[in-house]
Design a binder for this molecule. Sequence first.
Ligand code: ACO
Length: 647
Amino acid sequence: MGRVQIHDLHFGLIPTHQLQTQKRGDPTPPRIVTGNVGTRIGIEIDLLSLYPFSSPLLCKTLPSPPAPIPKLIRKTLFGIESTQSDFAEMDSHLTAPNRSRSSQTPSPSHSASASATSSLHKRKLAAVASEDHAPPSSFPPSSFSADTRDGALTSNDDLESISARGADSDSDADDSEDAVVDDDEDDFDHDNNSSIRTFTTARLESGGGGSGSVRNMKLKTENPTVKIENTDGGKDGGAPGSGSAGPTGATAAVGSTMAGITTKEDVKIFTENIQTSGAYSAREESLKREEEAGRLKFVCYSNDGIDQHMVWLIGLKNIFGRQLPNMPKEYIVRLVMDRSHKSVMVIRRNQVVGGITYRPYVGQRFGEIAFCAITADEQVKGYGTRLMNHLKQHARDVDGLTHFLTYADNNAVGYFIKQGFTKEIHLERDRWHGYIKDYDGGILMECKIDPKLPYTDLSTMIRRQRQAIDEKIRELSNCQIVYPGIDFQKKEAGIPKKVVKVEDIPGLKEAGWTPDQWGHTRFRSLIVSADNTTNQKHLTGFMRSLLKSMHDHVDAWPFKEPVDARDVPDYYDIIKDPMDLKTMSKRVESEQYYVTLEMFVADVKRMFANARTYNSPDTIYYKCATRLETHFQSKVQSGLQSNTKIQ
Ligand SMILES: CC(=O)SCCNC(=O)CCNC(=O)[C@H](O)C(C)(C)COP(=O)(O)OP(=O)(O)OC[C@H]1O[C@@H](n2cnc3c(N)ncnc32)[C@H](O)[C@@H]1OP(=O)(O)O
């Protein structure tokens, strides 16, 4: 059934614009529900505001031995302000089991107890202390340091061997384009978050070696053992075409541009007259178009030693450093550069806009998201969603994963919920427990990766669903038909130039309207005839008698004519919707304006309300308004009662 907006006619608020039948496509098609498929579609959103933890999320996954940082990248990055410290950081991190930087060395007073996160620090330090006595982890505490040192040496060797190439690249025009520019980096480097510094220093300077302390800081003592992914299992993990299933630390390049993964079925989409997509689809479609035009790309790389990939990883590391201020920088570097971690990055104009670093536990078929961030000035533009969609598609199609787990920062829980993450963990505990650690702060969340959904082309899927629903609605109704509007011009006193009969409104009858529906009014007793003309005559007669009664009243004199602006200069500044008996009389006599008694009563009420708005209660005008209104009300009542008696 078509529908038209007829409510205005009934209540005397005939709009000045054209009266139009409802647009095609309305009512809004039912909400599309595809189940918990790891996207916002069909996901029920929890309220998370009461989550009790406030301490920052400090640490994520266990790092595997870090890969060496190729010197060429150092060379490239030396040209970039503020990235030198990154290398100092990485070098010291990779070469020294314990690191102390003067800026980070805490004074005794600069202790955890003086910090806002003191209790957290105490927990961390306690954990560090207890780790010394904890049962040996299956993750060899020394392996990271040993490997790190080797890695550093390898890195230095690399530096020697490629220095000439690096020198050449200085003059390479492309260098500037390759440079990782992060506006935030200065702030990041000069970040003087004392609590983090205290925490970092405590972590780095406590016994157990650099890598061991990192693990200790978030590992709860009741969970001292940590399983190590059986990377061989990755081959069983059904990761077709994956380059990531190699042994830890020896993984070759696992990167790939992600565009090739996109499912592209050449199905014609009928978009005509279908309600335009919501914000989610609009953003996804817009970013998809950017990708197709080559202005945007999503890539997935790990530390593979390839220059461009490393530059992007460093860029991503910088973004993480800025956007996750409670995360120790060293830890971010370590995981981003860790070869068992992969990073899905969004690249625009060869610059990293954001990314997600995750560790695929291929044998267990789940991945742990370590870090996720979009650079500050690009947030809430849909990049985070599209990134997550690319991640899911890549993780499913390349890594063979079925789930993601993450310790979500409290502030980002809402974002993760919108990406299909839940606080309920449905993944069998055996599959994940011990692989990822329990952390203080944050909240463990899970997302099931749907085996079929075209994650990078969800907007097309949604569009098809809309189309299917729209077609179904059309089978049942004719609401898609859009009728022309009504020419509804006005003349003096707001009286329509042309009489518009209700039954002449295009689409009204087609929508199921019948003449007996005319006149839904509280004063229905006035409408005694099925004939509209007779009804209107009754109504006009009654309104005319009411007007005369008011006009003849002793208190009517202030209301007989419109207020003259020459007498009351500011009147029309204050009263925007003036009314008077003369104007009402014109409307009554037109027999076109007041099609219900309510419309007439509304004008009378407005006239009195105006008088009481402009004038103070002690004025004669105010008092006249009150007395005349009382008189009017009694006349309406008695008129309606006598009309009822006649019937
Ligand atoms: C495991 C971890 O790393 S936890 C830490 C997560 N990272 C951070 O908190 C760093 C700072 N924040 C960010 O970098 C980004 O805001 C991200 C990564 C959280 C989200 O990326 P964005 O590009 O901003 O997300 P996107 O534009 O796709 O927004 C998707 C939806 O999530 C919402 N959203 C984005 N950030 C948040 C948030 N922190 N809390 C609640 N909702 C959010 C958006 O409003 C949008 O909602 P809508 O679709 O109803 O309009």
